[in-house]
Structures are given as C-alpha cells and as structure tokens.
Design a protein around this ligand. Structure first.
Ligand SMILES: [Mg+2]
Length: 382
C-alpha cells in the first residue's frame, strides 16, 4: 500500500482536517491544527507531504521519526501540529487496514470508557453558576471554566474577589462533589498565581490549569509550595523533550498534551507513559474537532493514568459549527453518566462526513484569538 495524496480542509469554527489517500482505497483522517494558525499548519503539512507520497502508510514510527528528526530545525507548535495530524491519519489508515480500532494496535484497552468534562462560562466568565447547573443536570460530573479575565503582574484584590465569587457560585450550584477545573489560561503571572491558588482552596477545585505560561514553568515550584490544589499544564508543550524537565522537577500533577499539537497519537502515548513513571495523571487537551477527540479516546483507552477527557461539544468557540456536524454516526460521542465509551470502529472509530467537510471548507475560516490590552495599553495574555 502506498500513500497517494494528502489534502487539507480549513473548516469552521477554527479547525483544519487532513485526508490521506492510498492506492488501495483506504483513507485516513487527521486534524493538524493549532488554534489561530490553521493556514500555517496546513502549509507545513503540504511541505511534509512531498516525503510521504509513495511511502507505505503502515510504517508510522519511521515516518514520525523522519518528519521530526530529518529537519535540522524541529519541534514547536507549527511543525508538531502538522506531524500530529499526519500521524492521526496514518493510524486511522492502519486501523482500517487491520480492521481494528487504533487502541487494539497499541496493546488493547485498559478501560471501557473515560470521564469527560464540559466547558462553561466562555472567554470572560459570567453567569457560571447557572451554566454549571445546566451541565450537571445534563449528566456531566465535572466542568471546566476560565478563572479570570486578564490580570496584571500584580493586580487588585478586587479582581481576586471576583474570581472567588464566580468559583463560589459554581460550587454552590453543583454541590460538594462535582469536579471543577479552573483554567488560568496562562493569563496570570507568578505573583498573582500563588495568591489566586491560595484563595481558591476552600472551593476544592479538581485542578488549576496553566497557572502560569508553560515558558514560566519554573514558577510552578513556588505555586505548588503554596497550595495543595493539583496543578495541570501542558497544552502548549509539544514533545517528550518539552515535558521531561516539567516531569523531573516534580511540581506538576496532571499533564495536558494535545493530540493535535504534540506529535499525534504516537508521541502523546509516549508522553503519557513518561508521566505515568512520575505518578502524574493525564488529561489530554481537546477543545478541537471530532478527529482530535477520537484520537484522544484511542490513547485514553490504553493509558492507565488518563483520568478525564476534555471535549468541545457546546464550547463557546463552536457556535454555528460543532463537533457532531462533521461525523455521520454521532452516537460515538454520546455521553452517559458523565462518561464517553471508547469508540469501537476500525481506525479512529469515527466516520467523517466528507461531503460536509468539503462544503464547509468552501467557507473556511480565519479564526484568531482576540488581542487583549490592560488599562495602561500593554498587551495582556489571552
Ligand atoms: Mg487551557
């Protein structure tokens, strides 16, 4: 079997899908995207495709190594997202070739389902109490929300109180035991991150996420020494080599590599195993489309330390074009009792609605995250 064609589709709300074709009629789908740079990742996939045309799609480990190691310059969000989407599509082809779900080809499943959480509250969180209640009424046992709007390096306790009020409203609405993940979104700098972590402790969050930007991960040491809340990070880290210092430092509790950003199924399985050796949990990042989510579930199936899965159904970014629109059998992502079952179909276990993909690709998108500024005019982290 030989790879004959790679084709990218920029589709709303902010995604990029990749179809890889073979001379035996088996096709695979991947989702090579980094939010806000979809066209750049598409260009990277097209550049890498020269090597792949004519190659055997089943030799995934070798292709991964060539795509990663054969370039003198490597890593980073663009190249690792391009490799990620290609890797997902190759695993989809391999699974269809052997008529088995991807997880079976990685050693088999160690779980039947995984807990999922739902987003509430949007970019600038408000009315989160009611939103959290609605999500829990729909069966979810965990929610995630942005903790705060933009925060200066050192900011006022008025803003801290506003965050505490929101989290208190959610805790009050959902009761004592629903999991609440609080995403700091890299918006918070070290001085306020430790203040905020301490103030949020009474509400017993499931975790705080990206308390500081990944490039400031050395600050996790001080934050971890200030709080017992589990610390999560990793959506902006792209390979085993990016994660090794974080894991060996020992201040992270949950890592969140993204199956569409960190080298795909092949690399994220390895990152999860590295974390397991440090007794660190995995919660794969996935505010993306159905191909990325299906890829996450395949790796979740085989990862003992995966404990919860992010998914984007109904997330604020997806208005007008959501996760289920692009697949034909929508029952694969049916959530029950706050869990989703591991898909059982061959490959990634989903059937992409190609007609809809092609139609939506005509409209495309040019999604960018907003540029926020502080009151004094300086650029704020979004
Ligand atoms: Mg996040």
């Amino acid at each position: 079997m030989k790879i004959t064609k790679l084709e990218c589709f920029i589709v709303p709300p902010r995604w990029c899908f990749l179809k890889i074709e073979t001379d035996e009629g088996i096709t695979g789908w991947g989702e090579p995207v980094i939010e806000g740079r979809a066209s750049t990742v598409k260009a990277a996939v097209e550049e890498l495709s020269d090597y792949l045309i004519g190659k055997d799609p089943l030799r995934i480990e070798d292709h991964w190594n060539v795509l990663y190691r054969s370039g003198f310059y490597r890593g980073g969000p663009i190249l690792m997202s391009a490799i990620a989407g290609i890797d997902q599509a190759l695993w989809d082809i391999k699974g269809k070739f052997y008529n088995a779900p991807v997880y079976e080809l990685m050693g088999g499943a160690c779980r039947e389902s995984i807990r999922v959480y739902s987003w509430i509250g949007g970019d600038r969180p408000s009315d989160v109490g009611a939103a959290a209640k609605a999500v829990v009424d729909a069966g979810f046992t965990a929610v995630k929300m942005n903790g705060t709007e933009e925060l200066q390096y050192v900011d006022s306790y008025e803003k801290i109180d506003a965050v505490v009020e929101r989290i208190a409203a959610v805790r009050e609405a959902v009761g004592q035991y629903v999991g609440i993940g609080i995403d700091f979104h890299g918006r918070v700098h070290k001085p306020m991150a430790k203040v905020l972590a301490k103030e949020l402790e009474p509400y017993r969050p499931m975790f705080i996420e990206e308390p500081v930007l990944a490039e400031n991960n050395e600050a996790l040491r001080e934050i971890a020494n200030h709080t017992h809340i589990p610390i999560a990070t990793g959506e902006r880290m792209y390979s085993r080599w990016d994660f090794k210092q974080l894991l060996s430092d020992g201040y992270v509790d949950i890592i969140q590599p993204d199956l569409s950003h960190a080298g795909g199924i092949t690399e994220c399985k390895k990152i999860a195993s590295m974390a397991e050796a440090y007794d660190v949990a995995v919660a794969f990042h996935c505010p993306l489309g159905p191909i990325a989510l299906a890829s996450c579930l395949q790796v979740d199936a085989t990862s003992h330390n995966a404990f919860i899965q992010e998914q984007s159904l109904g997330i604020h970014y997806n208005q007008g074009s959501d996760l289920l629109d692009y697949i034909t059998d929508k029952s694969v992502f049916k959530y029950e009792d706050g869990h989703v079952k591991i898909p059982q179909g061959p490959g990634l276990g989903i059937s992409v609605n190609e007609e809809h993909v092609r139609k939506m690709a005509e409209a495309g998108h040019n999604w960018k995250n907003p540029v926020w500024r502080h009151k004094d005019g300086t650029v704020a982290e979004w």
